[in-house]
Design a protein around this ligand. Structure first.
Ligand code: ACO
Ligand code: HSE
Length: 371
């Protein structure tokens, strides 16, 4: 990736709609003169606007929750969203926006400033609350006064929870998967290590690398760190054990590079995959936004903030999640009025289970959507 100034690294099929939501002053004080929010939709909005469901993506996710006419490729929550699914697109009008600061169509650090230069290092520190404020403006433009439900997992769960706390009158139901009331010290620590991996890449250039080589090694390292936290020791042992990759032999030579274990090859692959689809600056911005997640900040703490939530809650977690521990979801459910417990996904793979096995909790979610 060299000498190229993309406004976005968005899917190339043109399936996205993009709206101008105006200028934005960020929570921490930065300002952009104009922000665009990209989104996809499924189903039809009822004339009274009462059937809208907002679905919010995780850290490296995009707007493509499910297949649609414009883009028939399967989406990241295909098991939950679609015709006849728990979030039935024959009934609900589903809206899925790309988060501000990312690289899937909404304004992000690779977007051009009014002079045509990428924002790069000048893109403001972004919070989950910034994301929610801008999504509310998108809702205004779509004629949606109140969402029947706002749902999301991981960073999407943080955004959903912020929606319920920031706009109680605009959210009837809230679904928070694999995310607690605030990011924990350990989650912040893992995030910092990932950010440091990118910032220490010699090509990072303070974030203004768009006309030269990109800090791909740093982004790849960040993804390796993250991906380990998204999975489990149990899965890695069962899937890879100490097997060698193909005919590579870790002990075959005293010289580097040495042959790899299978799990090393797997991580190299995960790193390459993300590098091919993500902007390192966007990775930093979204990672720091999630690390900063705290629904109780400025609201007297999590308990006080969550007491004010009026939306019907649906809290879900993965039993083997070692990053967003199920205990955090239990605590969230205790604090959210009416939650009545956690819907548990049973999976050996850890955090990513909310993406790979959401169908396990489809029925209770369908029920909750009946409110
Ligand atoms: C292109 C886009 O727009 S993606 C946008 C949407 N993305 C998101 O929402 C992000 C969330 N999604 C994810 O994080 C992931 O897709 C998940 C968690 C849902 C699933 O993870 P995956 O990486 O697809 O699954 P898994 O861990 O089984 O890995 C499979 C991959 O590892 C590769 N692999 C397996 N073993 C090895 C090995 N020993 N060496 C090298 N590669 C290996 C497989 O070939 C496969 O490659 P492929 O993805 O290129 O086909
Ligand atoms: N694998 C997911 C996990 C983050 O919650 C992602 O890349 O977005």
């Amino acid at each position: 990736m060299t000498a190229q100034v993309p406004t976005t690294t968005v899917r190339p099929d043109g399936a996205l709609a993009v709206v101008d939501v105006g200028a934005h002053t960020f929570e921490t004080g930065g300002r952009l003169p104009q922000v665009s929010i990209a989104y996809e939709t499924w189903g039809e909005l009822a004339p009274d606007g009462s059937n809208a469901v907002l679905v919010l993506h995780a850290l490296t996710g995009d707007t493509h929750v499910a297949a649609n006419e414009a883009d028939p490729e399967a989406g990241w929550w295909e098991g939950l969203v679609g015709p006849g699914r728990a979030v039935d697109t024959d009934r609900w009008f589903v809206v899925s926006p790309a988060m501000i600061g990312g690289c899937y169509g909404s304004t992000g650090p690779a977007s051009a400033d009014p002079q045509g230069r990428p924002w790069g290092s000048r893109f403001p520190y972004t919070t989950i609350r910034d994301s929610v404020q801008l999504e509310a403006r998108l809702a205004d433009q779509l004629g949606i006064e109140r969402f029947h439900a706002v749902l999301g997992g991981s960073m999407g769960g943080a955004r959903a929870l912020e929606w319920a706390a920031s706009f109680p009158d605009r959210v009837a139901g809230v679904g928070v998967f694999s995310c607690g009331a605030e990011s924990t010290a350990e989650q912040i620590a893992f995030a910092q290590a990932q950010v440091a991996a990118i910032e220490n890449d010699p090509h990072y250039d303070g974030g203004d690398y768009y006309t030269g080589p990109w800090p791909e090694a740093g982004l790849g390292l960040a993804r390796r760190i993250a991906h380990i936290t998204y999975r489990t020791e149990t899965e890695f042992s069962a899937r890879f054990g100490r097997e060698h990759q193909g005919d590579e032999d870790p002990f075959g030579s005293s010289r580097r590079p040495r042959g790899r274990f299978q799990v090393e090859s797997y991580l190299d692959h995960q790193a390459r995959k993300l590098v091919s689809r993500f902007d390192p600056n966007a990775y930093i911005l979204l990672t720091e936004a999630l690390a900063g997640h705290d629904v109780g900040r400025g609201r007297g703490g999590a308990a006080a903030a969550l007491r004010q939530v009026t939306a019907t809650p649906f809290v879900a977690a993965v039993d083997s999640d070692r990053l967003y521990h199920p205990e955090q979801s239990h605590r969230l459910a205790e604090l959210l009025p009416g939650a009545g417990g956690v819907h548990m996904i049973s999976s050996p793979i850890g955090h990513d289970g909310f993406l790979t096995s959401p169908d396990q909790i489809a029925e209770p979610l369908r029920e909750t959507l009946r409110l």
